[in-house]
Design a protein around this ligand. Structure first.
Ligand SMILES: [Zn+2]
Length: 475
């Protein structure tokens, strides 16, 4: 539901990396479910319990007796009731889909690693560098002459996995709406953006490698943060509109309650946007994208179509949480720390590898573009190993947005329903270890439990009397 969560191991996703992620929810078959009935029953219990409790002032004995008759709202039971409302076959299907994703993380890594090793050991990388040196004497242009064919080759060699992962598999699980031709057209557009952004980044990084061969890992981190920040800043204006149409929501029944939540939280937005995500997917989603002046809150047409107002409010309040809690800047900072550590380790590993195999591969050192596959190999290995930590950083941030969201929307049942809709593609009830390693958002169980705990706490709307809440005009 926020930028930066698509931390994948694929180098060809440079651009889409930073753009937006999204809380990709799915159309649910669990709309009106037993849990709802259960939860209605439970909330009725709660209100009779409340009535009993309120009666405490006057008739102490009788009210205590009344409270004994009704069962207090139990968040653990309520959470289980929501989870049990999902039919078994649906649960199994979403588990299969999500667990398949674990293997895809491994496959993506293995493919990138294999391509890198192939380019190095075959000395193809060295020959490509020699070619770029024959073309021009200008160092920056040499790097570009190396990087363009390199990026194209990596895209081509990883295309079969890309096709399976993002086209066939998505269709198999009923999440994709595009036929092959429009899908492929968007792939080419993404590739063009990756080439433009990727070549620029590689040229700048190699200029850093040449001028600071020992301390490049520090300056390289600065370059990465600036690159990433710029990408996030321009994405809503220049990148996202290439794939989808954004238009302001005009229906006051949806727009006004959302803008009211924004006003209540000092969020300076005048408009909420709708994006035609149904062009690509059936998933329900919303996101905050951009930075500083380009920040935009958008919800997708699937969400508008498939969710009730309480659910929409729950989702939008979560998105506002990202905004109010400055998650864009915070994630950029965390990412900077990860990159700094990653680059420091890369420096050690790169030099060690060159000492041992440099001559064999025809790679001269860090400032030689022929070493780009080695850089990709080391960085993707580190990224792969860091998966649980990156996911945890993002998941903790998402949990903060959930806490903000539930307190702002005050829609525990809406939040639970949305969590179930997410459960169509994200495993609802994982083990703690699974959640730690693979989840970049809290699991359905964790989210529903948070909502039910909030509901059980039964916060009063505000205890001061009307006369006290008016400012004093004189003394
Ligand atoms: Zn989020």
């Amino acid at each position: 539901m926020l930028i930066l969560s698509a931390l994948t191991t694929k180098p060809s996703i440079l651009i889409s990396l930073a753009v937006t992620s999204a809380i990709t929810l799915m159309p649910a078959s669990a709309q009106e479910s037993p849990a709802q009935t259960a939860s209605t029953a439970i909330s009725e219990n709660v209100s009779s319990f409340e009535r009993a409790a309120v009666g405490n002032d006057s008739g102490h004995k009788s009210s205590t007796a009344a409270a004994d008759d009704v069962k207090p709202f139990d968040p653990i039971e309520a959470t289980q009731a929501w989870l049990d409302s999902v039919p078994r076959n649906q649960r199994e299907r979403s588990n299969t889909y999500f667990e398949g994703g674990y293997w895809l993380i491994l496959s993506d890594f293995v493919v990138v690693a294999a391509i890198s090793v192939l380019l190095l050991t075959s000395r193809f990388s060295a020959r490509l560098r020699d070619f770029s040196e024959r073309v021009t004497k200008v160092r920056n242009v040499q790097v570009a002459c190396y990087a363009i064919p390199y990026l194209l080759l990596v895209y081509a060699l990883s295309f079969p996995l890309n096709l399976y992962e993002n086209f066939f598999r998505e269709h198999q699980y009923g999440m994709a709406t595009q036929s092959f031709v429009p899908w492929f057209r968007e792939q080419l557009l993404g590739l063009a953006l990756t080439l433009a952004g990727g070549v620029l980044l590689v040229v700048v990084l190699y200029a850093v490698f040449r001028s600071a061969p020992r301390t490049w890992w520090i300056w390289g981190t600065v370059v990465m943060i600036i690159f990433w920040g710029t990408l996030v800043l321009i994405a809503p204006v220049y990148i996202e509109p290439l794939f989808n149409t954004y238009k302001p929501i005009t229906d006051p029944k949806i727009r006004d309650p959302i803008l009211a939540m924004a006003r209540a939280n000092e969020i300076p937005i005048k408009q909420v946007f709708e994006v035609d995500a149904s062009r690509q997917t059936t998933r329900v989603s919303a996101n905050v994208s951009g930075l500083l002046g380009t920040t935009r809150v958008a919800l997708n047409d699937n969400l508008l179509e498939q969710c009730s107002l309480p659910e929409i409010r729950a989702v939008m309040a979560h998105e506002m949480g990202h905004y109010v809690l400055n998650h864009g800047a915070k994630l950029l900072t965390y990412l900077g720390i990860f990159i700094l550590i990653g680059f420091a380790l890369t420096r050690i590993l790169f030099d060690a590898a060159i000492n041992r195999w440099g001559e064999k591969w025809g790679v001269r050192g860090i400032n030689d573009p022929a070493g780009l596959p080695l850089l990709a190999l080391i960085l993707s290995t580190l990224l792969f190993l860091a998966t649980p930590f990156l996911n945890t950083v993002v998941r903790v941030t998402e949990r903060e947005a959930d806490v903000f969201g539930i307190n702002t929307s005050r829609e525990p049942d809406g939040m639970a329903k949305v969590a179930l809709k997410l459960g169509v593609y994200r495993k609802l009830d994982p083990t703690p270890l699974e959640e730690f390693i693979f989840f970049d958002h809290p699991s359905g169980r964790a989210r529903i439990r948070m909502a039910m705990d909030w509901k059980a706490a039964n916060l009063p709307p505000g205890e001061s009397h009307a006369s006290e809440s008016q400012p004093a005009t004189h003394y």
